[in-house]
Design a protein around this ligand. Structure first.
Ligand code: BTN
Length: 313
């Protein structure tokens, strides 16, 4: 949303304000005011108008403008009702030079997961990709993935869902030893070893979706299933982005905070890494995101892989 439209919205939320007053306040023509008002109405904002002028009566439930309105983070939000994959779209935007853009969708028709898996993304979820260009070496990128999982776990807890994180970045809800997946994160990046050119953090939150509509293998849950009621996706998305914004500024703290939500530390794990299987007790997570596993013989740090929590011996 451009700066002037933001200012129109702010003025309307303090309304009623007349067209001429608005034009003068923002130093634009009356017809420009009218165009902004119409564009906002088209985006779903309910703008009342009477003798006293215009005022903001209601904000749309979801969408790009809705999420940007009142968002305390410097992201532009590009919204799609339906798109193959927000990560794929963010890659195109990266190639075109964009940054600090969030691609958000109600539904994905070709959502992608880790390890080349599909990610089922029916309408009602929060499927988004954050494209940014941090000034860090590529090796530090895993810290942003952990930051995203912390932001997602915290946002879930703020709406009352007791989420934890399985290394490296599965956000889960545990009950009676059963782990149900709530959020998945897929990070992609490009650049030289000493500096990432761009990073895309793709976050898929099963928000208002019925777990029955998701593949059973992942043992999925959703915010609405845990709470018994749908969540306000606009507010949830805003909090997720605001929390991520804080953490991306300070990746070392993000890793420290990750430990607070970790369900993996202290557990017996089996990690399938590109170099083979590592089994033992998960004892620590080190910046930028490696898991330290005590195999009984030695301590091994694994930086990538698929992690299973095992039953205690
Ligand atoms: C996983 O396998 O756990 C990661 C899933 C990541 C899914 C998200 S949804 C938004 C973004 N767009 C995609 O195509 N994938 C990610």
């Amino acid at each position: 949303m451009n700066e002037t439209r933001h200012r129109v919205l702010d003025a309307l939320s303090d309304g009623p304000v007349s067209g001429p007053e608005l034009a003068e306040e923002l130093d634009i023509s009356r017809s420009a005011v009218w165009k902004h008002v119409e564009a906002l109405r088209e985006a779903g904002f309910d703008i009342a108008s009477d003798d006293a002028g215009y005022s903001l009566a209601a904000v749309p439930e979801f969408g790009g403008e809705a999420v940007e309105y009142g968002l305390d983070a410097p992201f532009e939000v590009e919204y799609h009702d339906s798109i193959p994959s927000t990560n794929a779209r963010a890659r195109d935007l990266a190639a075109a030079g964009a940054e600090d853009v969030v691609v958000l969708a109600d539904e994905q028709t070709g959502g992608r997961g880790r390890l080349d898996r599909e990610w089922s993304s029916p309408s009602g979820g929060v499927w988004l990709s954050i494209l940014f260009r941090p000034d860090v070496p590529m090796a530090q990128a895993p810290a942003f993935t952990l930051a995203a999982s912390v932001a997602a776990a915290r946002a879930a807890r703020e709406v009352g869902v007791d989420a934890g994180i399985k290394w490296p970045n599965d956000v889960l809800v545990e009950s009676d030893g059963d782990e149900r997946k709530l959020v998945g994160i897929l990070t992609e990046m490009e650049g030289e070893a000493d500096r990432a050119s761009w990073i895309i953090v793709g976050i898929g939150v099963n928000a208002n979706v019925d777990p029955e509509d998701l593949p059973a293998e992942a043992n999925p849950t959703s915010l609405s299933a845990e709470l018994g009621d749908p969540v306000d996706r606009r507010v949830f998305t805003q909090r997720l982005l605001e929390l991520f914004e804080e953490l991306r500024r300070d990746p070392e703290t993000a890793v420290a905070e990750w430990r607070e939500y970790a369900t993996t530390l202290g557990k017996r794990v089996r990690v399938e890494t590109p170099d083979g299987v590592v089994e033992g007790e998960a004892v620590a997570v080190e910046f930028p995101g490696g898991l330290v596993v005590d195999t009984g013989d030695e301590r091994v740090t694994v930086s990538a892989g698929d992690c299973d929590h095992l039953r205690p011996l």
